[in-house]
Design a protein around this ligand. Structure first.
Ligand code: ADP
Length: 586
């Protein structure tokens, strides 16, 4: 749970970082692209701006010397000195037409126009006094006067040059002036589809490709400026309202809600300033395209990286799944091997136990053989002596009776021992189990009679042949019968049942009794050497141990369980070699 929270926090942090980096990258790329394309656009705009500046300067310079020349013209001087104005009017009109000037005119020293190129036209300057114009005031003082203003007679704007007309002794006779219409410049700009305007040093727009901007101001005028304009009637009755614009960052300005790249050049006469406004659409489009391309490529890169990462994780997952499967298989193999090893260990232990028991039984068999052999002679001798004593005394004394009883008991013990003594005659032969069972019954028949036991047994009609030792097998069955009789010694009814059958490839011999039963003891316990429930001198606890050993030697198996008769049932199974087709009676 904690790990989950930590990893989700990590993921959130990573994604926040990625988003932040992406935003920073996009903004950086946008700014870089904008700066780049703006610089390119400014470079491009610098060309036309410089060209327009040149044309303005050239237009002014073209006529700047004309008044100087006219002021020295003999006709002009003569007219200023009082000659007839008619010929000069004619001459000036020709000049004006030829040079494309709006007007050329001569004023006397009081500023009154005495000759003019437009003398015969309605807008004639003749009789007009321009002494209030700065160009007149400068020229009458002896210098060249220049001025831009709206014509007080015509109402048309123009640029004025003026030079003093002097006598030979340098006395001012009047002023000769020309009026130059600059509106053609505006036409040129408009025709080129450009947004250009020219402002004077007060910030009043003199010329503009947008006519509605003309005579608007770039900033608020001071009172002194207003007063001068008023006095010189520079802009006639124009209101000189403020132009709606504001400068912005990155060489941009906003004019009437539209944003333009804004370039200016101030190196013009009279402190004029030329403004060039370039459209920003191209810059915006290119910047957007570059930023969009960057976002597209970056996204592509991120997607490809992500895909590669996913593929890598998938492959690693597959690898780990395969490794896990291998590990599981290895584990399963290991578990099987462990199980096999445990089974082998169990087998080994069983074999060791069996070997040990076999060894012990074999030693016991030898001991029993030697004891019965050694004790046989003395017991026979004792019996003979007792018989001799009885004959000599001609009667059985109580002593000889007691001694005779003891000898009987000793004989019984040696008989039992002899039963278990290892028989070296272990000749292996084909044995008919029916004979084995019959011989065993015969052997215990006296005891059956003595104890009044009911015996029931069934024999198959055909021989049941096994491979082994008749004598040893008789030992087994006899022992089972003796044990059964012994278990029934305290019983009121004594039933003994013997059966011999063939079950598949096994010969099965069962001995059942109605005795006290196994009392919860397992066969493993009963067949331990020297385990007995009988009293001292009655049993040695070797019968089942040796019987089990003999059955094993014959490749068979012995089991014990509760009998339907109420006591125990012992079952011996031995592999058969063949069932001979012989008669029961044979
Ligand atoms: P022993 O007969 O000398 O006691 P065995 O090895 O033949 O030695 O038998 C061991 C013990 O098994 C007996 O003491 C007895 O307690 C038990 N036993 C064997 N056969 C039977 C049986 N048919 N019914 C009840 N107990 C039996």
């Amino acid at each position: 749970m904690q790990i989950d929270t930590a990893s989700s926090k990590n993921r959130t942090f990573r994604w926040s970082l990625i988003l932040l980096l992406s935003a920073v990258s996009i903004v950086s790329v946008f700014r870089l692209a904008d700066a780049f394309f703006t610089a390119r656009a400014l470079e491009r705009a610098a060309g036309p701006l410089s060209l327009y500046r040149e044309t303005v300067v050239a237009e002014l310079e073209r006529f700047s010397h004309l008044t100087f020349v006219l002021a020295r013209d003999p006709f002009v001087v003569a007219t200023a000195q009082g000659a007839d104005t008619g010929p000069l009017n004619q001459r000036l009109a020709e000049f004006a037409v030829r040079s494309g000037l709006e007007a050329i005119y001569l004023m006397n020293e009081a500023g009154l126009t005495i000759a003019s190129s437009n003398a015969d036209r309605p807008e004639s300057f003749l009789g007009q006094n321009y002494s209030f114009r700065p160009y007149f005031q400068t020229a009458i003082k002896g210098d060249q006067g220049e001025f831009y203003g709206i014509g007080s007679t015509t109402g048309l704007p123009g640029y004025f040059f003026a030079d003093p007309v002097k006598t030979q002794d340098n006395a001012a006779l009047g002023v000769v002036a020309i009026k130059l219409g600059l509106t053609e410049l505006e036409e040129t700009w408009r025709a080129a589809g450009e947004t250009v305007f020219l402002a004077n040093k007060d910030g009043v727009i003199l010329l503009s490709s947008r006519p509605d901007w003309r005579y608007l101001t770039l900033g608020a005028l001071t009172n002194a400026q207003k007063e001068t304009i008023e006095r010189t009637r520079q802009f006639a009755s124009q209101a000189l309202d403020a132009l709606q614009w504001k400068p912005k960052t990155r060489n941009r300005s906003e004019f009437g809600g539209d944003t333009f790249l804004h370039l200016t050049t101030a190196d013009l006469p009279n402190g004029w300033e030329l403004h060039y406004l370039a459209n920003t659409d191209q810059v915006t489009a290119r910047t957007a395209l570059a930023t969009g391309s960057f976002i597209f490529l970056a996204s592509l890169l991120v997607i490809m990286t992500q895909q590669r990462r996913t593929a890598r994780i998938g492959a690693a997952l597959k690898r780990s799944v395969a490794e896990e499967a291998q590990l599981r298989q290895a584990n399963e193999r290991l578990a099987v091997e462990i199980e096999e090893r445990k089974a082998a260990e169990r087998r080994l232990k069983r074999t060791q136990d069996e070997l040990e028991r076999a060894g012990r039984l074999s030693a016991l068999g030898q001991l029993a053989a030697s004891v019965t052999h050694e004790l046989g002679q003395p017991i026979v001798a004792m019996r003979n002596h007792l018989v001799a004593a009885e004959i000599a005394n001609d009667a059985r004394s109580s002593l000889t009776v007691r001694l005779s009883g003891l000898v009987d008991r000793m004989e019984s013990i040696t008989r039992q021992l002899k039963f278990f003594a290892r028989n070296d005659d272990t000749s292996i032969d084909e044995v008919d189990l029916r004979n084995v069972v019959q011989a065993s019954i015969d052997l215990v028949a006296p005891n059956i009679l003595e104890t009044q036991t009911d015996l029931a047994y069934e024999m198959p009609p055909k021989a049941i042949a096994v491979k082994g030792s008749q004598f040893r097998l008789e030992q087994v069955i006899t022992n089972l019968l003796r044990n059964a009789l012994d278990a029934m010694s305290q019983s009121e009814t004594r039933n003994l049942q013997i059966s011999l059958q063939v079950n598949h490839d096994l010969a099965v011999c069962k001995v059942a009794d109605s005795g006290r039963g196994l009392e919860g003891l397992a066969l493993e316990k009963l067949q331990e050497p020297f385990f007995t429930t009988r009293g001292s001198g009655e049993g040695m606890g070797l019968g089942l141990a040796i019987s089990a050993r003999i059955v094993e030697e014959h490749g068979g198996d012995m089991t014990a369980e509760a009998s339907e008769l109420g006591g125990a049932e012992f079952c011996v199974s031995i592999p058969i070699i063949e069932v001979r087709a012989k008669d029961h009676d044979e």
